[in-house]
Ligand binder design. Structure first.
Ligand code: PMP
Length: 452
């Protein structure tokens, strides 16, 4: 740009020589003016580009019938301000990416920052005296502490096995619980609607040890079986117990959502094999850390063996980071602590607002329904509340709509069809854990869908 200015200056000098009219001072002023205008033009163009790429378009003139709480109104209003040129962008709520939690962790700043020097985490081993020899003692300590603080699981006299997410632990559990010398694979069942990944994970390697056998409600086969009990359930959020109830059943309790932001903690869970994950407790899905709480020593040994064969342990760096995150969460829960806002109170309130907005949108549209829940006393928060699950199990109530996923896709809302959960396609699962901007845009758009 300065070169351009110099050229302009030269040009005017020549002109000056020719016409002897314009002084050098004038020429300098003109040159500066040209440079400034050029700079402004460039800034203006790049600003337009940024605005264009960031702009999310919302449908206009849509109002919810009653007013949601004031904190939600601010971010809700932000979504409305985005109304640009009438074109709607696609809202993807198909996956359960827990980005809602970013807000809390940004607010907490450096509290969870750790530094890992280059000489650390070289060894495969973490604690050779433990059955789970790759379990970092600091992580195990914080798992035990958090369960005690929240009161959602018994850890005394249980083994902790760490995994690369609870997804790996689920597979380790299937491996450990299946009879090794059976004539046929053991049946794996879960009551529909069940977590959509269970069938595909169970059958992906066509194992000779275990096999997906579908909905537990209709499971009639004699003999041993493994039942997956997800409580609260993904996708519908209801608290669950086993449904098959036969003596030869082996239970795996997936308690990924048994945390007070989602559901009342009514007692410390004390099952034979319980699965937890940071993905849904603290929102750190990308850290890929889960843990199993296991009663039986042989089962804990076999699960450890599976992870040894599969990935020779679990990232130490992630375990150390997870330990720090759990520690900050526990500290935040201690009332005398100056460790910042209680993590569970904060995220509980975020979800309460979101469910409030969703129910208003469903009511305004009149085309959908979501489950109704009964309030229950929560020993952690010390009050009654209704479940506010991480997913909304939404039903398209219009008679002519049989495929709710396609219907919502036509409105540029991406969801997961009920058919993936062993259920009716009139239902879809919608993530409640996305960022405010996306979530608010979603409820606004949903509220504007009326009968055709
Ligand atoms: N179990 C359930 C019920 C889940 O919903 C999820 C995540 N969608 C998982 C397990 C997997 O968790 P992770 O990220 O720890 O593998």
């Amino acid at each position: 740009m300065l070169c351009f200015g110099t050229l302009v200056l030269k040009f005017f000098r020549e002109m000056g020589k020719i016409f002897h009219v314009v002084s050098l001072k004038h020429l300098l002023l003109v040159s500066i003016a040209l440079n400034v205008s050029l700079i402004l033009r460039v800034i203006n163009i790049s600003e337009k580009k940024i605005l264009h790429s960031n702009s999310a378009h919302v449908s206009k003139n849509i109002h919810l019938s009653s007013s949601p709480s004031s904190s939600s109104l601010t971010s809700f209003a932000n979504a409305r301000i985005e109304a640009q040129d009438g074109e709607e962008r696609v809202i993807n709520l198909d996956h359960g990416d827990p980005t809602m939690y970013e807000k809390y962790w940004q607010q907490e700043g450096d509290k969870t920052t750790i530094v890992i020097p280059g000489w650390q985490s070289l060894s495969y081993f973490s604690d050779v005296s433990n059955i789970c020899w790759f379990l970092e003692p600091e992580f195990a300590k914080e798992v035990v502490r958090l369960h005690k603080v929240v009161g959602n699981a018994i850890t005394e006299n249980h083994h902790i096995v760490v995994g690369t997410g609870s997804t790996q632990l689920f597979q380790a559990a299937l491996y450990a619980l299946s009879p090794q010398d059976a004539l046929e694979p053991i049946s794996v069942v879960s009551a529909a609607p069940y977590y959509s990944s269970y069938p595909s994970i169970t059958d992906c390697l066509k194992s000779g040890l275990y096999k997906w056998a579908g909905d537990a409600h209709s499971f009639k086969k004699e003999g041993p079986y493994i039942e997956l009990v997800t409580s609260p359930n993904n996708p519908d959020g209801f608290v669950r117990q086993s449904v098959v109830n036969r003596s030869e059943g082996i239970l795996v309790h997936d308690l990924a959502y048994y945390w007070p932001q989602y559901t009342s903690i009514s007692f410390p869970a004390d099952h034979d094999l319980m699965l937890f994950t940071v993905s849904k407790s603290t929102g750190h899905a990308g850290m890929r850390i889960g843990w199993a709480i296991v009663k039986d020593t042989e089962v804990a040994k076999k699960m450890t063996k599976y992870i040894e064969l599969n990935t020779i342990g679990v990232s130490k760096d992630s375990q150390l980071r997870a330990a720090k995150v759990l520690k900050v969460v526990s500290n935040s829960c201690e009332s005398s602590s100056s460790e910042g806002e209680n993590f569970f109170e904060f995220s509980h309130n975020q979800l309460a607002t979101r469910w409030e907005l969703l129910r208003l949108a469903v009511q305004k549209s009149g085309q959908f329904s979501v489950p109704e829940f009964a309030p229950q006393f929560c020993t952690f928060l010390g009050r009654d509340f209704k479940p506010q699950p991480a997913f909304a199990w939404l039903k398209c109530e219009q008679e002519e709509v049989n495929d709710c996923e396609s219907f919502l896709r036509s409105k540029k809302i991406l969801t997961r069809s009920g058919k993936h959960f062993g259920f009716s396609p009139k239902y879809v699962r919608i993530s409640m854990l996305d960022r405010d901007q996306n979530y608010n845009l979603f409820v606004e758009r949903l509220s504007s869908i009326f009968s055709s």
